[in-house]
Write a protein that binds this ligand. Structure first.
Ligand SMILES: NC(=O)c1ccc[n+]([C@@H]2O[C@H](COP(=O)([O-])OP(=O)(O)OC[C@H]3O[C@@H](n4cnc5c(N)ncnc54)[C@H](O)[C@@H]3O)[C@@H](O)[C@H]2O)c1
Length: 350
């Protein structure tokens, strides 16, 4: 299945399916017709996976970056750029990022800055990466002051979402990725009954299609439409951050988003934007993916509010993407209403 991200100047295709990685040679040839070298950027463990049979009809070079989030570091960017320069990788060559969101984020950033921009193709290997991180051209690394604070918009030339590559994910990693799928299902207001018959391919395709449509309308996050993808993320990001103080593996991103979706549904209800049936529908969608709507530990409501207010996506107010009678939109909510809704949410999910 192919879904096009229909950007006016440089549209690109997302190839989805079991075994889609076998299209890499054709995809790379089309994405970078003048390339002589393909540089794979990946991690040591991913190179050893049984599905690593990636070939391209070009000279190829593999550069390893650390596993997961540790790759999103300026020192890694500097080292890889130096490796690229020493290997005389040119502007016409192509980077092929193979990994989850952390790997495609750092490889995408390297592709954005090396020689002021080279082509990149993402081969995304996690659920979260396939349905979110690999699409849309946002690239970033972290600095000590915060996550994703240094980055660039740099769209890939193509994305490959091979469902076979997801089979080696840990159960928790896989399940967490479905938090973003649940978000997309809710944003699309898809019926509950369709959940039981949908395949993983259907879920990935649904989420990719939604993100592709939104990115094509608001590539640089200027019209506010792209912010809709933050549904469930205002609270999600806050508790994800607060959970780090307990244990860095207490709450994964998708798990935090699942709680954020449950909270957003209740906040919308408490503000009179939706009725109780929406909360039941939302909770059932999240539960379908095996995700909990209750945080693993109780967070102090004042701390939650403080972190939400600091969230760069919240600007100066508490802004939530919420459902309402006219669909989803960004809504500025009074801190007292958020506080009351959070207390009620805690009681309901206890
Ligand atoms: N650019 C964007 O628009 C965007 C959107 C959402 C998230 N992100 C970023 O994505 C990152 C999170 O990405 P993620 O959830 O994909 O996690 P990840 O990239 O950190 O990967 C998690 C772990 O899974 C391993 N792994 C990856 N694929 C595997 C496979 N097929 N089999 C076995 N193990 C595998 C990785 O080595 C890593 O240890 C964050 O840094 C986040 O900021 C970016």
């Amino acid at each position: 299945m192919i879904i096009t991200v229909a950007l006016s100047d440089a549209p690109y295709n997302v190839h989805i399916g079991a075994g889609a990685r076998r299209e890499l040679a054709t995809v790379v040839a089309a994405a970078a017709p003048r390339a002589k070298v393909a540089v794979f950027i990946t991690t040591p463990s991913l190179r050893k996976q049984p599905w690593w049979d990636l070939t391209v009809p070009l000279a190829s070079l593999v550069i390893e970056v650390p596993e997961g989030e540790a790759a999103k570091d300026m020192a890694v960017v500097a080292r890889v750029c130096d490796d690229l320069a020493r290997a005389t990788v040119s502007r016409h060559d192509v980077i092929v990022a193979v990994g989850g969101g952390a790997t495609t984020d750092v490889a995408g950033f390297i592709a954005a800055v090396y020689l002021r921009g080279v082509a990149v193709v993402h081969v995304s290997t996690t659920v979260a990466g396939q349905v979110d991180a690999a699409i849309g051209g946002k690239t970033a690394v972290n600095v000590p002051a915060g996550k994703n604070l240094v980055g660039a918009f740099h769209q890939p030339r193509a994305v490959i979402c091979d469902l076979e590559m997801l089979t080696t994910l840990s159960e928790r990693e896989r399940r967490g990725g479905f938090g973003e799928v649940a978000k997309c299902w809710l944003l699309e207001q898809r019926p509950l009954e369709e959940l039981d018959t949908a395949s993983v391919e259907d879920f990935v395709a649904m989420a990719v299609a939604l993100k592709a449509t939104i990115v094509a309308r608001d590539e640089f996050e200027r019209t506010g439409e792209r912010a809709l993808l933050n549904y469930g993320h205002t609270l999600g990001h806050a508790i994800e951050r607060l959970a780090l103080a307990h244990d860095d593996d207490l709450l994964r991103h998708g798990e935090a988003v699942a709680c954020g979706l449950a909270f957003a549904a209740r906040l919308a209800r408490d503000l009179g934007r939706v009725d109780e049936s929406y909360v039941r529908y939302s909770d059932a969608v999240v539960a379908h993916f095996g995700l909990a709507i209750r945080p693993p530990v109780a967070f102090d409501v004042e701390e939650v509010l403080e972190v939400m207010a600091r969230d760069k996506k919240a600007h100066h107010n508490l802004v939530f993407v919420l459902p309402g009678p006219d669909g989803f939109g960004s809504v500025t909510v009074d801190a007292d209403d958020v506080r009351a809704a959070y207390r009620r949410y805690e009681e309901e999910v206890r």
